[in-house]
Design a protein around this ligand. Sequence first.
Ligand SMILES: NC(=O)C1=CN([C@@H]2O[C@H](COP(=O)(O)OP(=O)(O)OC[C@H]3O[C@@H](n4cnc5c(N)ncnc54)[C@H](OP(=O)(O)O)[C@@H]3O)[C@@H](O)[C@H]2O)C=CC1
Ligand SMILES: O=CC(=O)O
Length: 287
Amino acid sequence: MEEIGFLGIGIMGRAMAVNLLRHGFKVTVWNRTLSRCDELVQHGASVGETPAAVIKKCKYTIAMLSDPAAALSVVFDKHGALEHICAGKGYIDMSTVDADTSSQISQAITSKGGSFLEAPVSGSKKPAEDGQLVILAAGDKDLYDQVVPAFDVLGKKSFFLGQIGNGAKMKLVVNMIMGSMMNAFSEGIVLADKSGLDPHTLLDVLDLGAIANPMFKMKGPAMIKNSYPPAFPLKHQQKDMRLALALGDENAVPMPVAAAANEAFKKARSLGLGDHDFSAVFETLSK
Ligand SMILES: NC(=O)C1=CN([C@@H]2O[C@H](COP(=O)(O)OP(=O)(O)OC[C@H]3O[C@@H](n4cnc5c(N)ncnc54)[C@H](OP(=O)(O)O)[C@@H]3O)[C@@H](O)[C@H]2O)C=CC1
Ligand SMILES: O=CC(=O)O
């Protein structure tokens, strides 16, 4: 494949770009805080000074940014992606955003002749490091086919979900479920503890039954120790709950469980836990 641009070297972007480099891709990176690119240079990456410079250099550019405001800013602001996007270039936004944000980006890119794919991912820091993400792509099928070699490195499975917005919506549905589960799990651990049970035994029981899952298994032991090293920052989970609730609003879908979970994540943010892992929502109950 041609050289790949990578915009956004946060928890996920760093792991994904390193993975591409490890598998022999040439990668040019950019990050708003440019110093975060230094480590990538040691892995063999080049650095672009602006998103526009990366787009100019690379046939394909991936973005992995925090939220809708960041995704829009990197495309539309001065020295943004739009300045050099043109026919023959592809832009792949893998950030978790809402369908409307994705459509705005798609329209802007395609109106300048470029091609666009949204491709949010399911799977956190460790799956990103291990190339085990689940990729939820939608938009330009030709571009999808062209970047499959990169997706094969980044993920264990890619879905092509059709028109723009479908990838964003699928991701929000999945994370709405995940955020609700994390709250139910937190309440369960506290309930076990306060009613005189050993929370570690609860984890063992859960792991053997019908609701066993990798998230409970991975996060539970650390939560019991009140430890929340950020893999998926809580502020991003709350953003996903907010965007999923807006999708529910648009479609008149009642979501009382997700709404309550969103309040708990908001409470956690108000306690200053936004940069901790999203499992820190546990703190809203255990104090
Ligand atoms: N972490 C996870 O487990 C997963 C995260 N996601 C999604 O992936 C995306 C990235 O997540 P993650 O890597 O964890 O987040 P981080 O907070 O670690 O990284 C966010 C990135 O966005 C950049 N950024 C933020 N605001 C702006 C802005 N206004 N202009 C330009 N760049 C900006 C940051 O740059 P700077 O360094 O300068 O702050 C950084 O590169 C999010 O949409 C998240 O919801 C999806 C699946 C899993
Ligand atoms: O978006 C977070 C994840 O773990 O997936």
